[in-house]
Design a protein around this ligand. Structure first.
Ligand SMILES: [Zn+2]
Length: 168
């Protein structure tokens, strides 16, 4: 494969995260479950929760994780695996509804060597994609969409999720 032909999501703002993450030992997934910060989660199921990535690869980049602090899928009980993927499905539906992306990248990085930013707590990345986003992102997103819309996006997703919860 020719490496020049690979589309890359370019997210230079992530360097702050990559640098700062080495300094802090705090697990954001456990932290976001504390009563005071609980409202930061976009949605929660019995064993899982989903939060917005504050250093996104693309608009709407979210992370879905088990509530339990475990490193790997193999450490989850079967009911936690089911719950995690049910939560992931809900997040995907929510993102479709609110942001109308053309596709998604969904993936898990386990351990530092594989690129996990928070290697101690298993999480699934879900990144909405739009046709052509790799072309205009470096120009537009860096200054506009990402910095402007995190709060807005949080409110939009939370509102959509609370409407969904009332219906079910
Ligand atoms: Zn944790």
């Amino acid at each position: 494969m020719n490496a020049d032909k690979i589309d890359r999501l370019w997210a230079p703002w992530r360097i702050h995260y990559v640098r700062s993450n080495n300094k802090t030992k705090k697990c954001i997934f456990c932290y976001s479950q504390r009563p005071r910060t609980k409202k930061q989660a976009i949605l929660q199921t019995r064993y899982s929760l989903a939060i917005l990535n504050l250093y996104p690869y693309n608009n709407g980049h979210m992370m879905v994780c088990p509530k339990r602090h475990v490193k790997d899928l193999a450490q989850l009980k079967p009911h936690e695996v089911l719950d995690l993927f049910a939560a992931l499905t809900r997040v995907q539906k929510l993102l479709v509804k609110v942001l109308k992306p053309h596709g998604f990248n969904i993936g898990i990085n386990t351990s530092m060597v594989a690129g996990a930013g928070i290697p101690g707590h298993l999480h699934i990345h879900i990144v909405p994609r739009w046709i052509g986003d790799t072309n205009f992102m470096p120009v537009i997103y860096q200054t506009k969409v990402i910095s402007q819309s995190l709060d807005q996006l949080y409110t939009q997703l939370r509102n959509a999720e609370s409407k969904n919860s009332k219906r079910t």
